[in-house]
Design a protein around this ligand. Structure first.
Ligand code: DSN
Length: 372
C-alpha cells in the first residue's frame, strides 16, 4: 500500500476512468460506517439511513432529477439492475459495440440477446441505422453511453423515435464517464433529452468513491429499481443487501464538493481540448481532429493497438499513467488544479517519451510538475 501511495502521489494520472478522492471523502470511507449495516433490522443504524437519504437528496439536486438511488455498488450493477428490471430472458438489448468503445457488458450471461448499435466511420452511433435496428430487432432496452465517450450520443433522436413509434423499448443512458460533466451542465443532459434512466459509476468525471448511482424523473422507474436493488425483508433481498454506507457517505461528501464547484466541468473539457491539440501538434497523433478532438474529458490517441500498448508502458516508466488503449482523461489533473499551461507541459513530456523513449530525467520532471 505504501509503495502504491508513493507511486500515485508522484505520478501524473491521465486515466480516463479514475479521479482523485478528496481527504474529506477518504475520511468518510474510513469512518465507523465502513463496518456497519444500515437497515432498521439492526439497532444503531438510524444515522446510517440519514446519510443515505442526505446523499440521495444531494444527487437529486445536482442532477436535477426527481429520484436518485445510491445503493448500487458499481456502474455495472446499475446496468444489470436496469436490464433485469426491463427485459426478460431472450429479449434484445442494444448497446454500442465494444469495438467502437462500448461497455462490454456480458448481457448473454444473463440470458439476454446483445444487439450492437450500428456506428459510422467515426465510430459514432449511426442514427438512421440504429432506428431500423431498434424496431426490426424488437429491442426492449437501448443503452446509450459508452466507455469511450468523446462526443454526445443521439439521445434526443432515438428518444423521439422510440416515443413517436410507440416502441416498447426503454432508453437508458450509462453516464459512467461523464456524470461529473452532466452534473455541471456540460456535455449533454440525458434526462431532459429523452433518456428515462441515467446511471453509472460515481468515480470518473464525478469524483466520488467507486460505486454506482441511478437517476430518474419517473416514480414508477424509481419504485421498480429500488425493489430490485434495495433490501426489503417482505419481498426478499435484491441485488444489494449492504450498500456500504461509508461509500455512500463519501459520495455525499463528493457531491457537496461538486455543488460548490460547478465550473469544474467546463475546465475539464477545455483542458481536454487543449491537451489533445498540443499532443497532435507535437507529433503524437490524436483522433478526431476534424471534430475538434473531443467534447468530454477523454482523448483518444490515433495509434495501432500494439503501439498504444507500448506507449502506455513507456509512459508508465516516467510515472505518467494512461490505459493500454491509448485513451487519456484529464478529469483528475483538472480537479487537482492544472490548467492550460500545465496541459502544454504535459503534452511536451508525453511527446518526448513518444519520440525519444522514457529517459530517467523525465520521471523527475513529471514529479516536479505533479508536486507543484
Ligand atoms: N472501467 C470502465 C472504463 O475503463 O471505461 C468501463 O467502462
Amino acid at each position: 500500500m505504501k509503495r502504491h501511495e508513493k507511486l500515485r502521489a508522484e505520478g501524473l494520472n491521465l486515466i480516463a476512468s479514475e479521479n482523485y478522492l478528496s481527504p474529506a471523502a477518504r475520511e468518510a470511507l474510513a469512518s465507523d460506517l465502513a463496518g456497519r449495516y444500515h437497515s432498521d433490522f439492526y439497532g444503531g443504524s438510524k444515522f446510517a439511513r440519514e446519510v443515505i437519504e442526505a446523499t440521495e437528496e444531494l444527487a437529486e439536486r445536482l442532477f436535477r432529477a426527481r429520484h436518485a438511488i445510491v445503493s448500487p455498488l458499481s456502474g455495472t450493477m446499475c446496468d444489470l439492475a436496469v436490464m433485469l428490471a426491463y427485459t426478460e430472458p431472450s429479449d434484445a438489448v442494444a448497446m454500442v459495440p465494444f469495438s467502437a468503445g462500448g461497455f462490454p457488458l456480458g448481457v448473454q450471461k444473463f440470458h439476454r440477446r446483445m444487439v450492437h448499435l450500428p456506428v459510422d466511420d467515426d465510430q459514432q452511433v449511426d442514427i438512421c441505422q440504429a432506428k431500423s435496428l431498434i424496431s426490426e430487432e424488437k429491442v426492449k432496452l437501448t443503452i446509450l453511453g459508452a466507455s469511450y465517450l468523446l462526443f454526445p450520443h443521439p439521445v434526443k433522436e432515438l428518444g423521439r423515435f422510440i416515443k413517436d413509434a410507440q416502441l416498447p423499448c426503454l432508453l437508458g443512458y450509462d453516464g459512467s464517464h461523464v456524470l461529473g460533466l452532466i452534473a455541471c451542465g456540460e456535455f449533454q443532459d440525458p434526462l431532459r433529452e429523452g433518456a428515462e434512466i441515467l446511471f453509472g459509476s460515481t468515480h470518473k468525471t464525478l469524483y466520488g468513491p467507486q460505486g454506482g448511482m441511478i437517476l430518474t424523473n419517473s416514480e414508477e422507474h424509481e419504485r421498480t429499481l429500488r425493489n430490485l436493488l434495495d433490501i426489503d425483508l417482505e419481498t426478499g433481498i435484491g441485488l444489494v443487501d449492504n450498500p456500504h454506507v461509508n461509500r455512500i457517505a463519501a459520495l455525499g461528501v463528493a457531491l457537496e464538493e461538486l455543488l460548490k464547484d460547478r465550473g469544474y466541468g467546463k475546465r475539464v473539457i477545455r483542458n481536454a481540448k487543449m491537451l489533445a491539440r498540443a499532443l497532435d501538434e507535437s507529433g503524437v497523433p490524436v483522433r478526431f481532429r476534424r471534430r475538434g478532438y473531443t467534447e468530454s474529458h477523454q482523448i483518444l490517441l490515433d495509434l495501432s493497438p500494439e503501439k498504444a500498448r507500448e506507449f502506455c508502458h513507456q509512459l508508465e516508466r516516467v510515472n505518467i499513467f494512461i490505459d493500454v488503449a491509448g485513451r487519456i482523461g484529464v478529469a483528475e489533473v483538472t480537479r487537482r488544479g492544472m490548467g492550460s499551461s500545465e496541459m502544454l507541459r504535459v503534452a511536451e513530456l508525453m511527446a518526448q517519451v513518444y519520440k525519444n523513449g522514457p529517459a530517467p530525467e523525465l520521471k523527475k520532471q513529471v514529479k516536479r510538475l505533479v508536486n507543484r
